[in-house]
Design a protein around this ligand. Structure first.
Ligand code: AMP
Length: 351
């Protein structure tokens, strides 16, 4: 989706990926399939680029630094390094005085007892690195044996965080340009199933002051990271109405699934904003023109595409991934309706 946005602005995208059959390669001017550690291939790739970005935060930091020495790399290694590790990310956010759930690093099964003393129960144990879509997470309730939770996440370096009894989850997708200017999209309301994003709806059912505070926090985080490009900040909302509180859950230093609605319901997409920022262009001021529900097509749900294709206001995006696997994001659909239609989307959370 980034490569397609880049092409529309006249850029020829070169993709570097260790994965054969990458969906990006199918729509890019050129693709190199090599390992993250192949310095000759990386140097050759850098020579062919004017600016470099990434769409995935698990690019090894050594690879990012190698490329950053050769070409402008946005977002820079600071954003990437901090957000690759849940402990450094949470410490960074807490250091800005922004509320997050109580947490404690857990490096061994023995650390779990003292960590639970800090968070209380229920709590969520998450691997520090490489976790996504609910992978590498285990909830610890009153009945849970902490040692079993430690084994369940693969006995890897982890962070324990207090379970947040949220009323809803929201996210802010914000772009920051090279000159530090910021442009945020409307706040998005997200519903997860088994740790995987199921739907994103806009407008979110939060009051204006909560939405404004979320955007302000996302802007502070992007500026403190000296981030260039799109950044997503996910929040838990605790309570309702003007007295509700925001707690930062997670930061993604990239375009984000909860911003996919911008492709069809806004005057500019998160992908175009990201490419503009990375290329050193000014940002647009994106406006949402419709109400929208983005629904992920996960695993076999993508086989339901013919029914979606028959819906006149449903915009389908299929990623062209070769293999359907349970839990794998295969595409998404953006369902649009005119602004002011109301709050109920009906029980259409599943195909
Ligand atoms: P994450 O990968 O950390 O964003 O977690 C995926 C999803 O799991 C979140 O969007 C929440 O729905 C749920 N979750 C994660 N951490 C917590 C927590 N501390 N309290 C409550 N729910 C959580």
């Amino acid at each position: 989706m980034l490569a397609m946005a880049a092409a529309e602005l006249g850029f020829a995208c070169h993709v570097y990926t260790p994965e054969p059959d990458s969906p990006a390669a199918a729509v890019a001017a050129k693709a190199v399939v090599e390992a993250w550690s192949d310095s000759a291939a990386l140097a050759h790739f850098a020579r062919g680029c004017d600016a470099i970005t990434f769409e995935f935060e698990n690019v090894p930091i050594a690879t990012a630094e190698f490329l950053a020495q050769r070409r402008p790399l946005y977002p820079g290694p600071l954003s990437l390094g901090i957000t690759q590790d849940r402990v450094s990310e949470k410490s960074f956010v807490a250091g800005l005085g922004i509320p997050i759930a109580p947490f404690a690093p857990v490096d061994s099964a023995e650390d779990l007892g003292p960590a639970l003393g800090r968070t209380g129960r229920p709590a969520v144990l998450k691997t520090r690195r490489f976790g996504y879509d609910g992978k590498g997470q285990a909830k610890i309730d009153d009945e849970t044996d902490p040692a079993a939770a430690w084994e369940a996440i693969g006995a890897a370096p982890a962070v324990l965080e207090a379970f947040v009894a949220f009323s809803r989850e929201i996210s802010v997708i914000i772009a920051r340009a090279r000159d530090g200017s910021l442009a945020a999209f409307d706040v998005t309301e997200n519903r997860h199933e088994s740790g995987i994003l199921a739907t994103s709806r806009v407008p979110a059912s939060v009051d204006d002051s909560t939405a404004a505070e979320a955007v302000a926090i996302a802007g502070r985080i992007a500026s403190a990271l000296d981030h260039v490009g799109v950044l997503a900040v996910e929040f838990f909302v605790v309570g309702d109405g003007p007295s509700s509180r925001l707690i930062v859950n997670e930061i993604a230093p990239r375009v984000h699934n909860s911003g996919h609605w911008t492709q069809d319901a806004a005057t500019a997409s998160q992908f175009e904003q990201h490419i503009r920022a990375v290329a050193g262009w000014p940002l647009l001021s994106p406006r949402r023109h419709s109400e929208v529900e983005m629904m992920n097509l996960i695993g076999a749900a993508a086989d339901g595409w013919p029914a979606l294709a028959a819906e006149p206001d449903a915009h389908i995006h299929l990623y062209g991934k070769a293999e359907v696997r349970p839990g794998r994001k295969m595409g998404h659909v953006n369902r649009l309706r005119p602004p002011g239609t109301g709050s109920a989307w009906g029980g259409r959370d599943r195909l």
